[in-house]
Design a protein around this ligand. Structure first.
Ligand SMILES: *[C@@H]1O[C@H](CO)[C@@H](O)[C@H](O)[C@H]1NC(C)=O
Ligand SMILES: *[C@@H]1O[C@H](CO)[C@@H](O)[C@H](O)[C@H]1NC(C)=O
Length: 291
């Protein structure tokens, strides 16, 4: 998932075309590859940690939130914390993202890096409902489903799915956990992450442990202003949450400390991202910084 690099089919296509020396086909392939790179982010992050969440009011519930919104993909992640309880480790979250023919999945993660990230993924169950599943990127090719003291409880008012979009509003209990990677700075900000695919999870969509493949539609870090996300309506809306979503029998215990960053690692996060992009893309990382 996040920050994972893939060899594009464009490269293979170009190599095979060179054998037949059909240069106009090569140009068309090149153009198609450029266009598809533009439409689908592919290997490069489509956001940076310099993008801060902004104030947002959910139209359905009236809840005041902070929200990250990816303009290129229309992936949104809103979040709210209780106004009074300063020690709350729970938040109300809302993922909104586009689907293609009713298919796709989206995810938010507690850190901006793929490695060891603690992730909540959501996708349509194909029957009008939304599935939600905790993952941990201890295996980046197939992040296992995990269980622990955390829980996700759907909030029906802000949960709706149709052929073109999905909105999943939820109470994430005990999710704001430093041992799972959350790294708050002194101003109440934390670099978090997101990912988006237009493909259904592999296997049965109603299996909460279904395998999630590559997030080809977009991914990246952003800065969540958790300290600015306190909402007076939190308690009233949290009280409408349904019971916890059960994990599948495949789920394993979440591993504390799997996400590399301790709290004093903050300054390294951006450097790590740059290193990965540089090593795979031959040093055009400066473009990403400008986004
Ligand atoms: C405040 O949040 C903590 C951690 O989420 C929880 O255990 C506690 O019950 C909350 N207190 C109130 C008054 O809601
Ligand atoms: C699907 O849901 C979105 C968001 O609620 C809405 O804007 C859109 O009109 C809906 N599309 C259809 C075909 O109902």
């Amino acid at each position: 998932m996040y920050f994972q690099q893939r060899k594009g089919s464009c490269q293979r296509q170009l190599i095979s075309n060179q054998f037949v020396k059909a240069y106009d086909i090569i140009s068309i392939t090149l153009l198609a590859c450029l266009l598809s790179t533009f439409t689908y982010a592919g290997d490069d992050a489509t956001s940076t940690a310099s993008q801060l969440s902004e104030p947002f009011v959910d139209q359905t519930t009236g809840l005041e939130m902070e929200r990250f919104f990816g303009a290129r993909t229309s992936f949104g992640f809103g979040f709210a914390l209780p106004a009074a309880n300063t020690t709350s480790t729970s938040f109300i979250g809302q993922m909104t993202f586009p689907l293609k023919a009713g298919l796709g999945w989206g995810a938010m993660g507690l850190t901006g890096d793929m490695e060891g990230n603690f992730i909540l993924a959501a996708w349509p169950d194909g029957k009008g409902g939304v599935m939600a599943s905790f993952r941990q990127a201890t295996d980046e090719d197939n992040p296992p489903e995990v269980t622990g003291s955390f829980a996700v409880r759907p909030i029906p008012d802000g949960t709706v799915v149709n052929a073109t979009s999905l909105s999943y509003t939820f109470l994430c209990e005990n999710c704001l956990d430093p041992t799972l990677g959350l790294s708050l700075d002194t101003t109440g900000n934390a670099v978090m992450g997101w990912a988006l695919s237009e493909k259904a999870p592999l296997g049965d969509a109603t299996d909460v442990g279904a395998r999630l493949d590559f997030h080809e539609r977009g991914f990246g870090p952003f800065t969540a202003r958790l300290g600015a996300a306190k909402s007076q309506k939190f308690d009233a809306i949290a009280a409408t949450a349904l019971g916890p979503v059960a994990a599948s029998s495949k789920a394993v215990a979440a591993v504390p400390g799997a996400a590399g960053g301790d709290s004093d690692d903050d300054d390294d996060d951006d450097d790590d991202d740059d290193d990965k992009e540089t090593s795979s893309e031959g040093g055009d990382d400066s473009d990403d910084e400008d986004d």
